[in-house]
Design a protein around this ligand. Structure first.
Ligand SMILES: NC(=O)c1ccc[n+]([C@@H]2O[C@H](COP(=O)([O-])OP(=O)(O)OC[C@H]3O[C@@H](n4cnc5c(N)ncnc54)[C@H](OP(=O)(O)O)[C@@H]3O)[C@@H](O)[C@H]2O)c1
Length: 279
């Protein structure tokens, strides 16, 4: 851990913030240096007992001593939340980190009163198990020390990749934020095919999830490319090549590209909508 003295305040302590808090605590970050906030008292009590940190519904008090605030509220309520906390943020000038999809650093800076160091992060749901990947973008006001601290925070729930061009966050969304769902969708189809051939739902699901886990580990641990690994399980005249031939004949590459383009384009339009929400 780079700097365990920094005081962290999570504005919104739901699923994603909770994953990061859990990762930080597991990696030895002192619980007394982390504060969470929620909208309701009930959520505050639940989060406090789950993570063993102080959780309050008083955003301004939680910001008053913070070195870093992590904005973990839903994108749709971000503008109102920023307006409500902007005075406290301007008084303290913490580093601002946002995990909200589709809201640009300049928009957050403007909503919070301007002049702030802002880092945008797009984590994905496997962060809940410590196997996530987060895409990160820092605005020009962020120092190297602040960047190192945030990199360490998100490496506590997986690995990190920084982009220099904020527009690349749309690609990060399409490939890292949303892509777990693509693998789940492909898995659903495989489970269905197994069931259609007579396997029980439990057996089909276990087979597919273990194959996914094994293939993912081969991809990340052998250093071989997806194409090299594919070739190793497709002997000429064998069974696997027959399935792969169908994928090629039916245009799998074009299908995947069309799906990624649709996700990317929605990320662009969502960013425009969130920057100018209807009053
Ligand atoms: N989940 C994912 O897979 C994922 C992936 C990447 C990015 N993200 C981003 O993470 C953010 C949070 O998503 P989530 O799934 O974690 O949502 P969530 O579980 O619904 O958590 C939202 C949290 O925000 C709190 N909140 C709402 N308004 C607040 C306010 N004015 N002040 C303080 N706290 C407030 C809620 O408190 P109450 O419970 O009291 O309402 C709750 O603790 C989103 O911006 C999303 O884009 C999520």
């Amino acid at each position: 851990m780079t700097d365990t003295r920094a005081k962290l305040t999570f504005i919104g302590t739901g699923n994603m913030a909770g994953a990061i808090i859990g990762g930080l605590l597991d990696n030895g970050y002192p619980a007394e240096r982390i504060i969470g906030t929620t909208r309701s008292e009930q959520s505050a009590q639940t989060a406090a007992s789950t993570y063993g940190i102080h959780v309050t519904t008083d955003n301004d008090a939680a910001i008053s001593d913070a070195d870093v605030i992590i904005l973990g509220v839903k994108p749709q309520v971000m503008k109102d939340t920023c307006a409500a906390i902007s005075s406290a943020v301007q008084a303290q000038k913490p580093l601002v980190v946002s995990v909200a999809a589709g809201i640009e650093a300049a928009t957050l800076d403007q909503w919070l009163g301007t002049g702030l160091a802002v880092i945008r992060c797009m984590p994905n749901t496997p962060s809940l198990l410590g196997t996530g990947i987060s895409g990160l973008y820092a605005n020009a006001a962020v120092t190297d020390t602040q960047r190192d601290l945030v990199d360490t925070m998100f490496r506590s729930v997986g690995i990190t990749q920084w982009v220099h061009n904020e527009a690349d966050m749309h690609t990060i969304t399409a490939i890292c934020g949303s892509a777990p769902a693509y693998f789940y969708r492909f898995s659903e189809a495989l489970v269905r095919s197994a069931e259609q051939r007579g396997l029980s739902p439990e057996s089909a699901r276990q087979l597919v999830s273990q194959v996914a886990l094994g293939a993912a580990r081969m991809l990340s641990e052998t250093g071989e490319t997806p194409a090299e690994l594919r070739q190793k399980v497709s002997s000429p005249g064998g069974t696997t090549v027959e399935a792969l031939r169908v994928f090629d004949q039916q245009g799998l590459d074009d299908l995947v590209e069309a799906a990624v383009a649709a996700c990317f384009n929605r990320s662009v339009s969502l960013t425009e909508e969130l920057a100018n929400p209807k009053e």
